[in-house]
Ligand binder design. Structure first.
Ligand SMILES: *Cc1c(COP(=O)(O)O)cnc(C)c1O
Length: 417
């Protein structure tokens, strides 16, 4: 199996390991498989999630140098529960039982163990630079914590992250360093870019969401959940995914293309409605993002669209396969409240976008809503709405009750080293 760039499909071919270690293709495009493989005939869920992950991912690593290590990497990365909240066919896939209580743990942990496995063999060291406005940095820092041959430098904007997010970023020691930048998230991102451009700095890498090593693990839980759904209800579900950069949703489209029993995939957006406008008009216009209650989805120019355009080559094909709705802050609030009042189930603002879409457009259809974060991560939004405290999961509590330590710096990337 080989991977190619979205921008030059007839150009160079890369192994999975090369693609993951590079992050971005040399021409600036995103790595995609030459063809989407089919699920292996041997696929079974009888041996638990990590083994099923190995089976789903195996065809992508066929002939790769890491092929024989794949099972071990999956067992180390996916050592936490994947839970389905069943509600008579209006089910919710809870992807928030990893160490940082959000779905980004799946991708970040797979990438960290994958890179460690590779670097142990070559005895090289790498430093991961991440700029974060919230969830990504926490998931990456936690995943790379104490991984051999790897260091992490996390940059976050002063006054730009919530208290609990900040604690997640700054509670780690050893190989993880946190920097509070006296600037905005854009400044943080620019510092990371500047550092990569500086040729005197060697051994730097990124772990952002366009890395294939973060995307592939996001295929697995769609295969897993749709098979469980089909076995239980004898129907194929419509999967509704809270989306920003659409990396999570790209995982679902690849899962469906591999043969997972999914009827349709729907992207639930917040007020950042670039994809809805494209579906309406046929003209794709990325724009600046606006702030919403579902802040991990505040994206105006979704980075993984390039992969979806590669999968669905024309507007008609795109429209035939992708649905999307935009949900404003008012609807996010009422959905959190209505869901809680009617069922006692508590959801985060991101999940609420998907739940709103289910309630409004797919009321009597078989559905899986994807819950991307634990509501306790967004307690300052959720608690006043439901007028009740949200219990903190143990892993989150352990993390936010540790000592914080970070370095305050300006906007010059040289201060990172
Ligand atoms: C990152 C994130 C999203 C958006 O995922 P994409 O892959 O960028 O579409 C949604 N919800 C939460 C909680 C997130 O952290």
């Amino acid at each position: 199996m080989y991977f190619v760039s979205t921008r030059s499909k007839d150009g160079d071919r890369f192994s999975a390991s090369d693609a993951i270690m590079k992050g971005l293709a040399p021409d600036g495009g995103l790595f995609v498989p030459e063809r989407i493989p089919q699920l292996p005939a041997s696929f079974t869920m009888q041996h638990g999630y990590a083994y099923a992950a190995y089976e789903v991912l195996k065809p992508y690593f066929e002939g790769d140098e890491a092929e024989s290590d794949l099972l071990t990497i999956c067992e180390k990365a996916f050592n936490f529960p994947v839970s389905i909240h069943k509600n008579d066919g209006k089910d919710t896939l809870e992807l928030y039982y990893g160490p940082t209580s959000a779905f980004k743990d799946f991708g970040a942990r797979f990438l960290a163990y994958f890179m460690e496995n590779k670097l142990k063999k070559t005895n090289e060291d790498l430093t991961v630079l991440v700029a974060t406005s919230g969830d990504t940095g926490g998931a990456v820092a936690s995943a790379f914590y104490n991984r051999e041959h790897l260091r992490v430098k996390v940059l976050f904007p002063k006054d730009g992250v919530s208290d609990r997010q900040m604690r997640q970023l700054t509670c780690l020691d050893n190989n993880v360093e946190a920097f509070e930048v006296d600037g905005t998230f854009d400044d943080c991102q620019k510092m990371v870019k500047d550092a990569f451009m500086d040729e005197s700095l060697k051994g730097l890498t990124s772990a952002n969401s366009i890395n294939l090593g973060r995307l592939l693990p996001q295929v697995v839980y769609y295969v897993w959940a749709s098979f469980i759904y089909k076995a239980r209800y004898k129907k194929e579900p419509i999967v509704i995914i809270p989306s920003g950069n659409v990396g999570n949703a790209t995982g679902a489209f690849w899962a469906k293309a591999m043969g997972a029993p999914i009827k349709r995939i729907e992207l639930a957006l917040n007020a950042n409605r670039t994809i809805v406008d494209y579906l309406d008009s046929g003209v794709y216009k990325p724009r600046r993002s606006c702030h919403t209650l579902a802040n991990a989805m505040d994206v105006g120019a979704p980075s993984n669209m390039e992969r979806l355009f590669d999968l669905f080559k024309t507007y008609d094909e795109f429209k035939a396969n992708v649905s999307s709705h935009s949900v404003d802050d008012y609807k996010i609030r009422t959905t959190i409240k209505d869901t809680y009042d009617e069922t006692g189930y508590v959801i985060c603002p991101h999940t609420a976008c998907a739940e709103y879409v289910r309630r409004t457009y797919y009321k009597d259809e078989p559905t899986i809503v994807v819950a991307t974060a634990h509501p306790a991560k967004f307690e300052s939004i959720v608690e006043p709405i439901i007028e009740k405290e949200v219990p903190i999961p143990e892993n989150l509590y352990d993390m936010i009750s540790r000592d914080c330590s970070y370095t305050q710096i300006g906007v010059n990337y040289k201060d990172l080293f």
